[in-house]
Design a protein around this ligand. Structure first.
Ligand code: HEM
Length: 494
């Protein structure tokens, strides 16, 4: 028995040595980086999966702003700092426009080829993305004006805050309801009432999926899928949350199908059903129900969590920096009539308010480490040859906090977006929506939402801490999006 375990240990040690030598050889084909070890790769150096922007910036100090980290046995190219992110994603944008299908993504796609927008690559992605962009644009025009819809939601939100009657409240759920209702109106053609239980369940499912995406479970799933598939708890619950959202989408589609078609484009589902009908005689139709469900899923998830989290940070910063809040309100009072609802066009006369919103996005860096990309062919990033099928991870936060680009990167400072005359000025390194061919599809919608919600809330209320509360925690909670810790604020109508 002793001899057997000695032999097994020896065999295992031999395996480790062989793997170590192989890894060192493979390393030569990628940009430099810390030495990986068998099985774990560089995970021990990342404090086991803490893909923190600062840890990556620390590694960049020793290995350069483009370096390789091994997640288990998988090499991942990290782009750190604005210049590296820009060079990596925009020099040959088509070559790095793929999305890696990691084991968990594969499970989310029910082990089928990835469909929709977010997870897809190649022809499927190109068609779904183009169609979705075109449709969002189309629905923003004419009767179903998106901006009008956002103003309506801003009105409901002001009402919700007013109903709290100045008592302490956590604004997170109210913001989620408001923001999500905008994307619901676009894709489903209707909004939900604030106390609709189905809507609440959907939003809870979205929140769980995003939390999981930033968790240790998710990272472990991608490195040890065969183990994690058997583990009960968060991975299984996330897949069931995805299924609940998809089954809701299916129901909405069948309601649309039973209603039949109309001339006017009413909503995203309506437009997609018409597109399926139009392309059904093609040899390999690009539009089908499977892609429709996944595209709607992508729009609903991305369109709910991101803008509402940013607005939550915005309110937290306003109580943390009351002088900034007062300056925004002074500008609004001097520019907008008391009864008027602020619209997106007003941003041109509200440069300080606009600068504050941009600074909220920069400073909160909600998508801290960007979304992974995949090289779809052999390519070059600067002097480094990158083989087809390599994962590339842009450290978006490192660009938004790059000391070469921002005067005071670690301070909340709206002057980053103002010129000497106090006029609004955007900066090239402002890339919260990422850059390149896969940059955020909802950027325009998000910008309009953030401006209209934020400015109308500050026009209606002054936000302050509950009595007796002196400390504010502005550190983020790690997750698929960086979230503020639980906090309560009070509203004082103006
Ligand atoms: C503050 C709000 C938002 C931020 C910071 C944000 C940020 C991002 C980022 C960083 C990406 C990854 C891009 C890449 O792979 O390089 C992304 C992708 C995406 N976003 Fe957003 N987003 C926001 C709002 C929205 C909204 C409102 C929608 C819905 C209309 C949306 C829909 C999408 C979609 C569908 C993708 C996938 C694009 C693709 O793979 O081609 N996002 N977003």
């Amino acid at each position: 028995m002793l001899a057997l375990s000695a032999i097994l240990t020896l065999l295992f040690l031999c395996y480790l040595v062989v793997e170590f030598v192989k890894l060192q050889r493979k390393r030569q084909q990628h940009p430099p980086g810390p030495a990986p070890i068998p099985i774990l790769g560089c995970l021990w150096q990342l404090k086991f999966f803490r893909l923190d922007r600062d840890i990556l910036t620390e590694v960049a100090k020793s290995h350069g702003d483009i370096f390789t980290l091994w997640f288990g046995q998988v090499p991942v190219i990290i782009l750190n700092g604005f210049q590296a992110v820009k060079d990596g994603l925009t020099t040959h944008p088509e070559d790095v426009a793929g999305r890696p299908v990691t084991p968990f993504f594969q499970a989310m796609a029910n082990n089928k080829v990835a469909s929709g927008i977010f997870l897809a690559t190649g022809r499927t992605w190109r068609n779904q993305r183009r169609f979705s962009l075109m449709t969002l644009k189309r629905l923003g025009l004419g009767k179903m004006n998106l901006e009008y819809q956002i103003q309506e939601e801003a009105r409901h939100l002001v009402e919700t805050f007013m109903n709290a009657k100045g008592k302490p409240m956590n604004p997170s759920f109210a913001l989620k309801l408001a923001v999500s209702n905008v994307i619901c109106a676009v894709v489903f053609g209707h909004r939900f009432s604030n106390d609709d239980k189905t809507f609440h369940h959907l939003l809870e499912a979205v929140e769980f999926i995003f939390k999981f995406a930033g968790s240790l479970y998710y990272r472990l799933y991608d490195v040890f899928p065969w183990v994690m598939r058997c583990v009960p708890g968060p991975p299984k619950k996330t897949l069931s949350c995805c299924e609940s959202v998809c089954s809701f989408i299916r129901k909405e589609i069948s309601i649309h199908q039973s209603r039949g078609t109309s001339e006017e484009p009413a909503d995203f589902i309506h437009c997609y059903l018409a597109q399926i009908e139009k392309s059904k005689d093609q040899l390999k139709p690009a539009y089908d129900e499977h892609n429709m469900i996944q595209s709607i899923f992508d729009l609903f998830l991305a369109g709910t969590e991101t803008s509402s989290t940013t607005l939550c940070w915005a309110l937290l910063y306003m109580v943390a920096y009351p002088d900034v809040q007062a300056k925004v309100q002074k500008e609004i009072d001097a520019t907008v009539a008391p009864r008027q609802m602020i619209c997106y066009e007003d941003r041109k006369n509200l440069p300080y308010t606009n600068a504050v919103i941009h600074e909220v996005q920069r400073f909160s860096t909600i998508i801290s480490i960007g979304v992974s990309r995949l090289s779809v062919k052999d390519t070059m990033i600067r002097q480094f040859p990158i083989k087809k099928g390599i994962i590339i991870l842009p450290n978006i936060a490192s660009a938004l906090m790059d000391p070469n680009e921002w005067e005071t990167p670690r301070e909340f400072n709206p002057s980053h977006f103002l010129d000497r005359d106090g006029k609004f000025t955007c900066r090239e390194a402002f890339i919260p929506f990422s850059i390149g061919h896969r940059m955020c599809l909802g950027e325009h919608l998000a910008r309009v939402e953030l401006f209209i919600f934020f400015s109308n809330l500050l026009k209606a209320f002054t936000f302050h801490l509950p009595e007796g509360v002196k400390e504010i925690n502005t550190e983020p909670i790690w997750g698929g999006t960086l979230q503020p810790h639980y906090f309560e604020i009070c509203t004082k109508p103006r």
